[in-house]
Ligand binder design. Structure first.
Ligand code: PBG
Length: 324
């Protein structure tokens, strides 16, 4: 045999020379949960190692992440049940928990990029990402756009660097882009959750925010997991509407979509390695069935290999610590 591929794997030195993809803190975005009160670090039972932080503790966590080389966090609010209504009014309260948290982070750690979530579900008494018609139960697209745009402006005013529309309404990227520009927020980016599937892997996240739909499911706006052409269609629409970065969500069961999108668009691509993907590994590790650290590195590398530029992952801190 003249050709022996094993020669390029014969020791760690050669393996590191031929290595095509690595994950560093530069690739990672850390999702974080904020709740009201002070001095709170409340563990999320279905996501071992993840917490709901009150703003004072959250700020310390953000500084720690920044010291580890993490450049961006993605923030989600756990809103008090009494503040939820069908219009998600609390989402546009400039003195609400979310704007307060964004301001506190930017004051304490101005170099940390803060990505904020645009969707109604954390504030909605219906637990849906869009406005629910009380008569028909339908998620009303165009009325929702108005709410999402004011939400985005409230977040930009508080200091958000990147708006992350995760709602999957039609036309929302263009609508939000125009609204931001009209208010002179031309410099605020949009990372669109462009190919977001109706997935059962979001379960632990919905526990963390108590945001599961009160009735029905999200299948009229999030995508059918049987489809891939539709994902590219959604992503290219978001690109045309002005998205700066595209996202595929969930991550691991959708690596094929990432690879296809890499061919179809020249925009940077993010994957969201969602709560259920994190919980699976943590749960198996607790049972002694998997090595959590090794599976983390393998899984995060698979996103880079598939064509991602960045990954939103609950493993961000662990991975940053490891790759120091
Ligand atoms: C909702 C939203 C969800 C996630 C991020 N934004 C859940 C959903 O669509 O129901 C899930 C993230 C995760 O599971 O880690 N706008």
């Amino acid at each position: 045999m003249k050709i022996r591929p094993r020669r390029n794997r014969k020791n760690e030195a050669i393996r590191s020379l031929v290595r095509e993809n690595i994950v560093t803190a530069n690739d990672l975005i850390a999702p974080l949960f904020v709740l009201g009160g002070t001095g709170i670090k409340d563990p999320i039972s279905s996501m071992p190692g993840q917490f709901r932080f009150s703003v004072d503790i959250l700020v310390k966590e953000v500084k720690e992440l920044h010291n580890l080389g993490i450049k961006c966090i993605s923030l989600f609010p756990a809103i008090d049940e009494v503040l939820k209504d069908s219009w998600a009014k609390e989402s546009t309260n400039p003195n609400g928990l979310y704007p307060q948290a964004i301001k506190a982070i930017k004051d304490a750690c101005p170099d940390m990029m803060v990505m904020t979530d645009v969707a109604m579900d954390p504030y909605s008494s219906d637990g849906h990402d869009g406005f629910v018609d009380p008569k028909t139960g339908e998620i009303v697209n165009d009325q929702t756009l108005e709410i999402l745009a004011s939400m985005a402006i409230t977040q930009a005013q508080a200091g958000s660097d990147i708006i992350g529309p995760s709602d999957m309404m039609d036309g929302r990227v263009g609508f939000i882009r125009s609204a931001l520009d009209q208010e002179s927020f031309q410099g605020v980016s949009i990372m669109s959750y462009s190919s977001k599937y109706a997935s059962s892997f979001y379960g632990p996240f919905r526990d963390a925010l108590d945001s599961a739909p009160k009735s029905g499911d999200k299948k009229t706006y999030q995508m059918d997991f049987s489809n891939s052409r539709e994902a590219i269609r959604e992503a290219l629409l978001d690109e045309k509407e002005g998205a700066d970065i595209l996202m595929v969500k969930p991550g691991l069961p959708y690596l094929d979509i990432i690879a296809k999108l890499r061919e179809a668009s020249n925009l940077p691509i993010a994957a969201y390695n969602v709560s259920g993907e994190y919980a699976m590994i943590k749960a198996a590790a607790e049972k002694g069935w998997l090595d959590s650290e090794k599976c983390m590195v393998e899984m995060l590398t698979s996103f880079k290999r598939a064509g991602c530029d960045m990954v939103l992952t609950y493993f961000a801190k662990e991975m940053a610590l490891l790759s120091r």
